[in-house]
Design a protein around this ligand. Structure first.
Ligand code: GDP
Length: 197
């Protein structure tokens, strides 16, 4: 897929106010600092379409972008923001939960995982939540350039082995690097194929 246009549409704290247009929608989510903004910018070949920030939990809104006038890319808040108070966190999770329960045009969710990390409870719980709500998702292993080819293979094999305790068959996964652009074509082709069918 060639990216001809990528435009910011709007940010919302409530899914009720999200764009009404019925075009395919793809959501990006993961723990803060997983590399979500960098990945979105890499895929869209834009420097600062999604706002990268060193400060975890800064982007706590549902951000809609319209791509090629054909589909929505949705940048969701990072989950597991440890520095928020317990109360704030509950509200935060409720509004993410609502997005997933209400957004009928959502086609697929990309759950981002840092390639260097072992499975974390919060990621597994989130995938469980998607599964329980019959929402298709893929896993995107980010920052792959931070590991050698050997380390990467070892890490992903052990990650998938652990996932198999919960998921059989395993969800589709992608390996990406926003530094090198690795995985870009495969990722965009995946979306393109769904949109065409
Ligand atoms: P977000 O909070 O999930 O949106 O994460 P960001 O995109 O802001 O990235 C968090 C940090 O990881 C930043 O310092 C990025 O430069 C770095 N980062 C993100 N993606 C990559 C990647 O693919 N490779 C490397 N080496 N660093 C990355």
């Amino acid at each position: 897929m060639k990216i001809k246009s990528a435009e910011f549409v709007m940010s919302n704290s409530n899914v009720i106010n999200a764009p009404k247009e019925r075009i395919p929608e793809y959501a990006f989510i993961g723990r803060s600092n997983v590399g979500k903004s960098s990945l979105i910018n890499m895929l869209m070949e834009r420097k600062d379409l999604a706002k990268t920030s060193g400060k975890p939990g800064k982007t706590q809104l549902i951000n809609h972008f319209k791509i090629n006038d054909e589909w929505f890319l949705v940048d969701l808040p990072g989950y597991g923001y440890a520095q928020t108070s317990k109360k704030k966190r509950t509200i935060f999770q409720y509004f993410i939960e609502n997005y997933f329960k209400e957004r009928e045009q959502l086609v697929c969710t990309f759950v981002l995982i840092d390639s260097r990390h072992n499975p974390q409870k919060i990621d597994l719980e989130f995938m469980q939540f998607l599964g329980e709500n019959q929402l298709p998702f893929c896993i995107v292993f980010t920052k792959s350039d931070k590991l050698s080819a050997n380390q990467l293979e070892k890490q992903l094999t052990s990650y998938k082995k652990e996932l198999l305790n919960f998921w059989e068959p395993l969800p589709t996964s992608f390996i990406t690097s926003s530094e090198t652009g690795f995985g870009r074509k495969e990722f965009l082709d995946f979306i393109d194929n769904i949109n065409k069918n």
